[in-house]
Design a binder for this molecule. Structure first.
Ligand code: GDP
Ligand code: IMO
Ligand code: MG
Length: 429
C-alpha cells in the first residue's frame, strides 16, 4: 500500500505545490490532510500561474482522484470561488472529493482570528486571518460544524444558533462588535452545502480502498514542520499538525501504509508571520533573496522573512517526521549570491554550541547561529536538467546540505515550472 506523505520541512512555502504537482504524475490519488486556506500552493504550468488554497495540487491531472480529507478546515466560500476559477480556466474538478468530516470555517472564526490578533498587540502571531485557529479550537472543544452538517439544514440551523449564543457574547461584550444573525448565517451556509453536496464523500473509505488496490496515494501537507502545533516554534505556529503523522489522523489511514516521507525545503529559509527564525537576514542579502526568490506570500501577499539554510532546524524536521528524502527547491535563486552560509549549530549565551534544535523558547530566542561558509556560483541554473551539469559549487552546496540535514535530495528544483526539475531518483520506494 504505497502512500507517500509530502510535507514542508521548514516554516511553510517551501514549494510543496510545485513538488506535489510534479510527483502527482506518478500517483493515482492526491489528498490534502490538514490546514485550510491559510495555505497558498503555487503551480506554474507554462504561462499559467495557479495559487491553490484548498484544492490538492494534483487537480491539474484530470484522471487523478483529489481529496480534501477530514483533517482540513474548510471555508466553503473560498473553496467555491477556487473551484469556479479552476473551472473557468479549463481545469476539471470532477474528480474532487471532500470529506463529510471536514470542519467548516464560519464567519465568527474569521472575525475572532482578526480580533484576537489585534488584542495580542506586540505578541501577534501574524496569522493569515483566515479563521484557522478559531475553527480548530471549536473542533477540539467539540462544538465545531462539519461538512456533513451543511447538508442537514435543520440541524445546521440549531448548531449555528447554539454556537452564536456564545460567540455573539464574545463579539458584543468583549470586542464591542455587532452580533451575527444566526438565520442569515444559516441561510448562507445551507446554500454552500447545496453547492458542495456533489463532492462530499467518506474520503477515508475512498483512500483506504485505493490503497488496498495498490494505488499510490500522495498526501500533500500544508504549512511546515516548524509551524506544527505540537512540534513547531509554539506559540508561533498554526493550529494543525503539518508533520507527516498528521496525514494518518487527518486522512484516516493507518501509519503502516506510509512508505515514504518527502520533506520539501528551500535552498535557503523563509518565514511569514512572527516567531523565532535563527538564520534570518535583516540585511541586503535577505532583501536579495526576497527579490530574486519572489518571496511574497501566496495567500496574504506579505513579504516573507528570508535567511540562510538552517540545517539544525531541517535536521529536526527530518527527525520529527521521519523524512526519507528531500526535495530542494529554488536552488536557482542562490546564483550570484555568495559566499553562501549554512547554519550548522546554535551558540547559546554561555558559548555552548547546540547541534539539536532546542525545545526551550527562551533558549531559542537567545541563540546565535553558527555558520559554515561555502563558495557560491554565478551561473544561472534555470535551464539545467541534470545534477552533473550544475556548477561544482552548487553540487558541493547540495551535498553538504544533505550531509548536515541527514537526508538525500531526490529532486532539485531550479525554477517554478514543472520542467525545471532535476530528478536524482529515490522519492518512491
Ligand atoms: P508552498 O506553499 O510550499 O506550495 O510554496 P509557495 O507556492 O507558497 O511558494 C513557493 C514559490 O516559489 C512559488 O511562487 C513557486 O512558484 C516558486 N518556486 C517553486 N520552486 C521554485 C524554484 O525552484 N525556483 C524558483 N525560482 N521558484 C520556485
Ligand atoms: P503553506 O501551505 C507559510 C503561518 C502564518 C502565521 C502562522 C499561524 O503555503 O506553506 P494561521 O493563519 O495558520 O493561524 O497562522 O502560520 N502560516 C504559514 N506560513 N506558509 C503557509 O502555508 C502558512 N500557513 C500559515 O503566517 O505565522
Ligand atoms: Mg505557500
Amino acid at each position: 500500500m504505497p502512500a507517500v506523505v509530502l510535507i514542508g520541512a521548514q516554516w511553510g512555502d517551501e514549494g510543496k505545490g510545485k513538488t506535489t504537482d510534479f510527483l502527482a504524475e506518478q500517483s493515482q490519488v492526491i489528498a490534502r490532510y490538514q490546514g485550510g486556506n491559510n495555505a497558498g500552493h503555487t503551480i506554474v504550468l507554462g504561462t499559467e500561474v495557479y495559487k491553490l488554497h484548498l484544492a490538492p495540487s494534483g487537480i491539474f491531472y484530470p484522471d487523478k482522484l483529489c481529496v480534501i480529507a477530514g483533517g482540513v478546515v474548510l471555508d466553503p466560500a473560498v473553496l467555491l470561488q477556487e473551484l469556479d476559477d479552476l473551472r473557468q480556466r479549463g481545469v476539471s474538478i470532477a474528480n474532487l472529493r471532500i470529506s463529510a468530516n471536514a470542519h467548516i470555517i464560519m464567519p465568527y472564526h474569521r472575525l475572532l482570528d482578526e480580533l484576537e490578533e489585534n488584542e495580542r498587540g506586540a505578541d501577534k502571531i501574524g496569522t493569515t486571518g483566515r479563521g484557522i485557529g478559531p475553527a480548530y479550537r471549536d473542533k477540539i472543544s467539540r462544538s465545531g460544524i462539519r461538512m456533513q452538517d451543511l447538508l442537514e439544514p435543520e440541524a445546521l440551523t440549531a448548531k449555528i444558533r447554539s454556537n452564536l449564543a456564545e460567540k455573539n457574547l464574545l463579539l458584543t461584550k468583549i470586542y464591542g462588535r455587532p452580533p451575527l444573525d444566526p438565520e442569515a448565517v444559516s441561510a448562507e451556509y445551507r446554500e454552500y452545502g447545496a453547492r458542495l453536496a456533489p463532492y462530499v464523500a467518506d474520503t477515508a473509505l475512498l483512500l483506504n480502498e485505493r490503497l488496498n488496490r495498490g494505488e499510490r496515494v500522495l498526501f500533500e501537507g500544508a504549512q511546515g514542520v516548524m509551524l506544527d502545533l505540537d512540534h513547531g516554534t509554539y506559540p508561533f505556529v498554526t493550529s494543525s499538525n503539518p508533520v507527516a503523522g498528521g496525514a494518518c489522523t487527518g486522512a484516516g489511514v493507518g501509519p503502516m501504509c506510509i512508505d515514504a516521507v518527502v520533506g520539501v525545503i528551500k535552498a535557503y529559509t523563509t518565514r511569514v508571520g512572527a516567531g523565532p527564525f535563527p538564520t534570518e537576514l535583516a540585511d541586503e542579502t535577505g532583501e536579495q533573496l526576497r527579490q530574486r526568490g519572489g518571496e511574497y506570500g501566496a495567500t496574504t501577499g506579505r513579504a516573507r522573512r528570508c535567511g540562510w539554510l538552517d540545517a539544525v532546524a531541517a535536521r529536526y524536521a527530518v527527525r520529527i517526521s521521519g523524512i526519507s528524502s528531500l526535495t530542494m527547491m529554488k536552488l536557482d535563486v542562490l546564483s550570484g549570491i555568495g559566499p553562501l552560509k549554512i547554519c550548522v549549530g546554535y551558540r547559546t549565551a554561555d558559548g555552548t554550541v547546540l547541534k539539536d534544535f532546542p525545545l526551550s523558547a527562551r533558549l531559542l530566542s537567545q541563540i546565535t547561529p553558527v555558520y559554515e561558509e561555502m563558495r557560491g556560483w554565478d551561473e544561472a541554473l534555470d535551464g539545467i536538467k541534470e545534477f552533473d551539469r550544475l556548477p561544482a559549487a552548487a553540487r558541493d552546496y547540495v551535498r553538504r546540505a544533505e550531509d548536515l540535514i541527514g537526508a538525500r535530495a531526490a529532486l532539485l528544483s531550479v525554477g517554478p515550472e514543472r520542467e525545471q526539475t532535476i530528478v536524482r531518483g529515490g522519492v518512491f520506494p
